[in-house]
Design a protein around this ligand. Structure first.
Ligand SMILES: Cc1cc2nc3c(=O)[nH]c(=O)nc-3n(C[C@H](O)[C@H](O)[C@H](O)COP(=O)(O)OP(=O)(O)OC[C@H]3O[C@@H](n4cnc5c(N)ncnc54)[C@H](O)[C@@H]3O)c2cc1C
Length: 422
C-alpha cells in the first residue's frame, strides 16, 4: 500500500478532504491534473474568493436548492462557522458582505488558496500536479488505488473522488468522475447547466438595443406554460448580447432549465418587475406627475428620470405610445398599459448557455447511494465522493463552496479514520 488515502482533484472539496485526512493521521496523496491547485476556487466570487456564507444553517440549506437537505449530517461536523474559524485560524481575516457572503479582507482569492494549500502541505500531504488520473482501481469490492494517464499505478486504502462537475473546464473540471462512479455501480442523475445566463430570441435582444443595461433591485419571475409562478428573485441583472445575466438571472436559471425539460424545450416566459415597491397605480400616478411637471417636454425625455434611458423607447413602442407627444396628449388607456408593463416586462427565454459556460453543474452522483455523514459510497468500499461531482448545487453566494468544503471535510475525516495504518 503506497498511501492510506488518495484524493483525486485539488479543488475546494479535494483540498479540504486532504486537510481532514492529513489531520486525521492518514498518509495522504493529493493528485491534480493541472499545474496549479484550487483553480476554480481562485476565480470564484469575481476573483475575490467567496469562501462561505454567514447565514444560519437553515438559510444555508434553503440556498442550496439542489438537495441541500442532504447536507444536514455533514454540516453537523463541519459547517460555515467551522469554515470561518478554519480560515481565521490560518491567519486569513474574513469580512461579511451583502447577503452573508464571506470574503477575505484582502479581496484576493490567492490569499485563500495559498492558505489552504499551505495547510495541506503542513499536515504532511504529498501533492502531485500534472498527474491526470485515468481511472479508479476496484478490486475485490473495494477501491484500492488509481491508474494515472501516464500508466503509473498507485495503491491506497481509500480513494476520494473530488474532481468537480463539467462547468468551466479550463479549470480542470471536465466531468471525469461520472464514469468512475458508474463503474463502481453508481447512477448519475441527469447533468444540466445551473447558475447560468439565459438566452433569448426576443426582438429587443437580437437588436442588442438593451445590451449592457443593468437593472438594480428588480424582481425576475419565471412562469410555466399554465401561467403559474415558478420562482421569483429580487436583486440585480443585466441585458447581454445573447439574453440576460446577473445574480437574479443565475438564481432563476435552474427553474427555466427544469421547465424546458418538462415542456419539450419550448420558450419559457419570464417577466421583470421594474419597481417591486410600487403598484401599477402608483407608477401611473408618479409618471403622470413627472410628465405634467415637464409638460413641454416630449414624454420620451420626461420619462428618462423614471425608467432607465435605454428602456424608454422600447416601453413606449410596446404600448403604442408616440415618443414625441407631450403631457396634454397622453392617452390614459395606453399610459395604464405602460404602468402595467413596468410591473411585468416580458422576456421570452429560449434556453441557457452551455453546461461548460455555467457557473455550476446540476445533477451528479445519486445521493441515495452516498452516506450523508461520511460521503462514503454505498456501492463500493473505500470509495468517497465530495464536491460538485455529487448531485448537489446551490446558488452562487458561497453556497457551492460551502457544500464542497463540508463534503470534502467529512470524506477526508472518515477515510482517514477507516484506513490509517491499515
Ligand atoms: C467563475 C466561477 C465563479 C464561481 N463563484 C462561486 C461563488 O461565488 N460562490 C459559490 O458558492 N460557488 C461559486 N462557484 C462554484 C464553485 O467554485 C464550485 O462549485 C466549487 O469550487 C467546486 O469544487 P470541487 O472541489 O467540487 O471542484 P473543482 O473546484 O472544480 O475542482 C476539481 C479539481 O479536480 C481536478 N481534476 C478533474 N479531473 C481530474 C483527473 N482526471 N485527474 C486529476 N485531477 C482531476 C481539476 O483539475 C480540479 O482542480 C463558481 C464557479 C465558477 C466557475
Amino acid at each position: 500500500m503506497d498511501y492510506d488515502v488518495i484524493v483525486i482533484g485539488a479543488g475546494s472539496s479535494g483540498l479540504m478532504a486532504s486537510v481532514a485526512a492529513g489531520e486525521g493521521g492518514a498518509r495522504v496523496l493529493l493528485l491534480d491534473k493541472g499545474d496549479k491547485l484550487g483553480r476554480k476556487l481562485g476565480i470564484s466570487g469575481g476573483g475575490r474568493c467567496n469562501v462561505t456564507n454567514a447565514k444560519e444553517l437553515d438559510e444555508l440549506i434553503k440556498n442550496i436548492p439542489g438537495n441541500g437537505k442532504f447536507l444536514y449530517g455533514a454540516f453537523a461536523t463541519f459547517n460555515n462557522r467551522h469554515i470561518i474559524a478554519f480560515f481565521e485560524g490560518l491567519g486569513i481575516r474574513l469580512k461579511e458582505e451583502d447577503n452573508g457572503r464571506m470574503f477575505p479582507v484582502s479581496d484576493k482569492a490567492k490569499t485563500v488558496v495559498d492558505a489552504l494549500v499551505g495547510k495541506v502541505r503542513s499536515v504532511g500531504v504529498d501533492v502531485r500536479v500534472n498527474s491526470p488520473v485515468s481511472r479508479v482501481i476496484y478490486e475485490g469490492g473495494r477501491a484500492s488505488g488509481v491508474l494515472l494517464k501516464s500508466g503509473e499505478t498507485i495503491r491506497s486504502g481509500a480513494v476520494i473522488v473530488a474532481v468537480g462537475g463539467k462547468s468551466v473546464p479550463h479549470t480542470g473540471s471536465t466531468g471525469d468522475g461520472y464514469a468512475w462512479a458508474e463503474e463502481a455501480g453508481h447512477t448519475v442523475t441527469e447533468l444540466f447547466p445551473t447558475e447560468v445566463p439565459l438566452t433569448s430570441q426576443a426582438a429587443f435582444i437580437r437588436s442588442k438595443e438593451l445590451q449592457g443595461l443593468s437593472l438594480r433591485g428588480v424582481t425576475l419571475t419565471v412562469w410555466n406554460g399554465k401561467g403559474k409562478r415558478l420562482i421569483e428573485h429580487t436583486g440585480d441583472m443585466i441585458f447581454t448580447h445573447f439574453g440576460i445575466s446577473g445574480p437574479i438571472v443565475l438564481r432563476c436559471s435552474q427553474f427555466v432549465v427544469k421547465e424546458q425539460k418538462k415542456n419539450g424545450g419550448t420558450a419559457v416566459k419570464t417577466t421583470i418587475d421594474l419597481f417591486p415597491e410600487l403598484s401599477a397605480d402608483e407608477i401611473y400616478a408618479q409618471t403622470m406627475t413627472l410628465c405634467r411637471d415637464e409638460s413641454r417636454k416630449a414624454i420620451k425625455n420626461a420619462l428618462k428620470g423614471f425608467f432607465p434611458e435605454k428602456l424608454v423607447p422600447l416601453l413606449l413602442g410596446l404600448v403604442g405610445l408616440k415618443e414625441e407627444i407631450t403631457y396634454d396628449n397622453i392617452p390614459k388607456q395606453a399610459w395604464m398599459e405602460l404602468a402595467k408593463l413596468a410591473k411585468s416586462f416580458p422576456v421570452s427565454i429560449n434556453g441557457t448557455l452551455s453546461i461548460e459556460e455555467a457557473f455550476v453543474t446540476g445533477g451528479g452522483i445519486n445521493l441515495k447511494e452516498i452516506d450523508p455523514k461520511t460521503m462514503q459510497s454505498k456501492r463500493m468500499d473505500g470509495l468517497y465522493f465530495c464536491g460538485e461531482v455529487l448531485d448537489i448545487h446551490g446558488y452562487t453566494g458561497g453556497y457551492n463552496i460551502t457544500a464542497a468544503f463540508t463534503t470534502g471535510y467529512n470524506a477526508g475525516k472518515h477515510a482517514a479514520e477507516t484506513t490509517k495504518h491499515s
